[in-house]
Design a protein around this ligand. Structure first.
Ligand code: KIV
Length: 272
């Protein structure tokens, strides 16, 4: 099977920084289970994000807030089992790192120990500095996440583009520099103007990975169900659909129902 990458070495956080240095774009997709992770990994992806978007696409919740640490660990364990090459990044879910930094560290250690993942992702800037610093001191790599941070949706009140005004853009730049300074190995930039994301990407040495943040980022991430077209109700401007699996799956399942009803399935060769 041919894939984009010829390099079969395991992707590490250090290699992400090397990729930025040589101008090689970083590809990232979400996965939440063993079978999908295996397909995504074998297709040559650089990073797999066990996103708390599992709350939306796997559990059918409206926001990511209900996700628990046990649920994230369950999803991440399957993904790690299915992944050989990609760097596996796990989202720390809402409520597990925003308060007490000691609790943040024990939650981070629990995720790393029980899943075997490579890296964690946390949403926010200066407000969660203490938690990030404490997690980093335990040798756990951290990717930051700025811009539209879905765990704060109740504060924003809308999923529209963030940091369009000067004050929010200045705070985002300040937070991005802070995250690099304290030791984060990468930064997800979600739904911000492309011009701002390009500026941040140029000013940082660590790679930026954008979603709805334009082509000036050092890499791109999408939710796998969205880019495969499994999810018909969600079509933001930034989303490119690479397949129409909703149609493929619906047609296949309808045909199966028809074949069972008509006694066409199973036939003589499909039985013992
Ligand atoms: O949870 C998630 O899938 C994410 C991406 C949208 C970046 O955080």
């Amino acid at each position: 099977m041919s894939t984009y990458t010829e390099d079969n070495r395991k992707v590490t956080t250090r290699r992400l920084i090397e990729m930025k240095q040589r101008g090689e774009k970083i590809s990232m997709l979400t996965s939440y289970d063993y079978t999908m992770a295996k397909i995504v990994d074998q297709s040559g992806i650089d990073c797999i994000l066990v996103g708390d978007s599992a709350s939306n696409v796997m559990a059918g919740n409206v926001t990511t807030l209900p996700m628990t640490i046990d649920q994230m660990i369950y999803h991440a364990q399957g993904v790690v089992r299915g992944t050989k090459r990609a760097l596996v990044v796990v989202d720390m879910p809402f409520g597990t790192y925003q308060g007490n930094s000691k609790e943040a560290l024990s939650n981070a250690i629990r995720i790393m120990k029980e899943t075997g993942a490579d890296c964690l992702k946390l949403e926010g800037g200066s407000e969660i500095r203490e938690s990030i610093e404490r997690i980093l001191t335990a040798g756990i790599p951290v990717i930051g996440h700025l811009g539209l941070t879905p765990q704060s949706i109740n504060k924003f009140g809308t999923y529209t583009v963030r940091a369009k005004d000067d004050a929010e853009a200045a705070k985002l730049i300040e937070d991005a520099k802070l995250l690099e300074e304290i030791g984060c190995c990468g930064l997800v930039l979600e739904k911000i103007p492309a011009k701002l994301a390009t500026q941040v990407s140029k000013e940082l040495n660590i790679p930026t990975i954008g979603i709805g943040a334009g082509n000036g980022c050092d890499g791109q991430v999408l939710v796998v169900h969205d880019m495969l077209g499994m999810n018909q109700g969600f079509s933001p401007r930034f989303l490119r659909r690479y397949a129409d699996l909703h149609t493929v799956m619906t047609e296949a399942i309808s045909k199966y129902v028809e074949d069972v009803k008509s006694s066409d399935f199973p036939n003589d060769k499909e039985q013992y």
